[in-house]
Design a protein around this ligand. Structure first.
Ligand SMILES: C[S@@+](CC[C@H](N)C(=O)[O-])C[C@H]1O[C@@H](n2cnc3c(N)ncnc32)[C@H](O)[C@@H]1O
Length: 280
């Protein structure tokens, strides 16, 4: 059976574009119109809407926010992998090795708090957790708490399972692979699940980075915000980086994606090396 092509007008594209910008900060250029059309057409057909306009009205009137979440899922890029941009994990290891030299001056100094601020399907926070768990063996009195957030409920559901295909483990250092992955069968497919001692250090939660004020009262020693700011405009990036700075403990670190930079953004952090910044 042939399905009729859905037409997306410029005016309708503009409506979706403003909605996506308003809700999650993603700035869609004119060149993304065909991509948005293709991705949303699929969703529209699945739910049997007749036009983009009808779908748009449904999204903005859906008080549960579920359809908006599905729309953002269809539009945003969730690509990630274990030990992506591996240099950051060496930096993390060095930070923890020096942890004992300068004990933090605060009430919960015995907890290392890390935030993976756009965690997608979990590969980033689990990579952080494995490195930190192993490195912290030299400081047995220090607890590890990782907060992993994303706007996508679909990605968070996958992340919580912590199950990955064998070929996803290619960049995982051998010792960590042997120690922290358990073989499991998923629908007769051999897969690997992150070990319970690592999973229990990570708390997953839905959080929109566009939220006006960040409600994390305890602050963080390290924040990873990688490969999401690239989709935001400069003003949004500036606001976000300053909010991250406000949530870092003194001496805390911010890691951003390798194709991102804070050039031309005014912020209080000190540049340490490409994509790594520190709060004084
Ligand atoms: C390309 S992935 C990056 C994953 C991981 N940080 C990495 O570098 O591999 C970008 C993630 O940002 C999330 N995202 C997009 N806009 C967001 C927002 N406003 N708040 C929170 N997460 C958002 C998407 O759902 C997606 O999972």
């Amino acid at each position: 059976m042939m399905t009729a092509t859905l037409e997306l007008t410029r005016k309708e594209y503009e409506l979706f574009r403003q909605l996506v910008y308003r809700e999650c900060g993603i700035s869609l250029g004119d060149e993304k119109m065909q991509l948005v059309k293709a991705r949303l057409s699929k969703r529209i057909r699945q739910s049997e809407f007749k036009s983009f306009r009808e779908y748009y009205d449904h999204v903005v009137n859906d008080e549960t926010g579920e359809e908006l979440s599905l729309l953002l899922d269809a539009i945003s890029t969730n690509t990630t992998h274990l030990f992506r941009e591996a240099e950051h994990f060496k930096v993390l290891r060095d930070i923890i090795d020096k942890w004992g030299d300068s004990p933090a001056q605060r009430a919960d100094a015995n907890t290392l708090r890390i935030w993976s601020a756009a965690c997608s399907s979990g590969e980033e926070p689990y990579s952080i957790a494995m490195v930190a768990h192993q490195a912290l063996q030299q400081f047995p009195n220090t607890a590890l708490k990782i907060l992993a957030t994303d706007i996508s409920t679909r990605m968070l559901a996958k992340a919580k399972q912590g199950i990955y295909q064998p070929n996803s483990l290619e960049d995982v250092p051998d010792d960590l692979r042997r120690k922290y992955f358990k073989p499991v069968q998923v629908s007769y497919e051999p897969s690997f699940q992150i070990a319970p001692e690592i999973r229990k250090t990570v708390t997953f939660a839905r959080f929109n980075l566009m939220t006006p004020s960040f409600p994390f009262h305890k602050g963080f020693d390290v924040i990873f915000c990688r490969n999401v700011m690239i989709y935001f405009d400069r003003t949004t990036q500036g606001t976000l980086v300053n909010k991250f700075a406000g949530k870092l403990h003194p001496g805390g670190y911010l890691m951003i994606g390798h194709s991102e930079s804070l050039n031309s953004i005014s912020h209080p952090l000190t540049y340490l090396q490409p994509t790594v910044y520190r709060k004084k």
